[in-house]
Design a protein around this ligand. Structure first.
Ligand code: SF4
Length: 93
């Protein structure tokens, strides 16, 4: 193989490696993005967070940042959520 031919060959390999790397990076980004979406859509079960339908002192779902007023729902816990309920991941609104 001549020197010029070897350079052309090396350039082709570098270009191919770059494209393969870019493809792999794009795929990895897509996978991480999908994983983030799946995680965001997963809610804990009531049992997992020790949910109960009664307040804990002055703490109740209606005063929690995760409660969705008017929906009887929570962004973190699955199922019907009473505004008077409470669970272990309660956070002041
Ligand atoms: S206390 Fe907060 S996180 Fe727990 S169920 Fe009620 S609204 Fe959801």
């Amino acid at each position: 193989m001549s020197k010029k031919s070897a350079k052309t060959h090396d350039a082709a390999i570098s270009r191919r490696r770059f494209l393969e790397s870019a493809g792999a990076a794009g795929l990895a980004t897509a996978i991480v993005s999908l994983a983030g979406t799946a995680r965001a859509q997963t809610k804990a079960s009531k049992n997992a967070v020790m949910y109960r339908g009664t307040p804990n002192g002055g703490r109740r779902c209606s005063g929690c940042i995760y409660f969705q007023p008017g929906k009887r729902a929570c962004t973190r816990v699955a199922g019907d959520i009473s505004p008077n309920g409470w669970c272990a991941i309660w956070r002041k609104r």
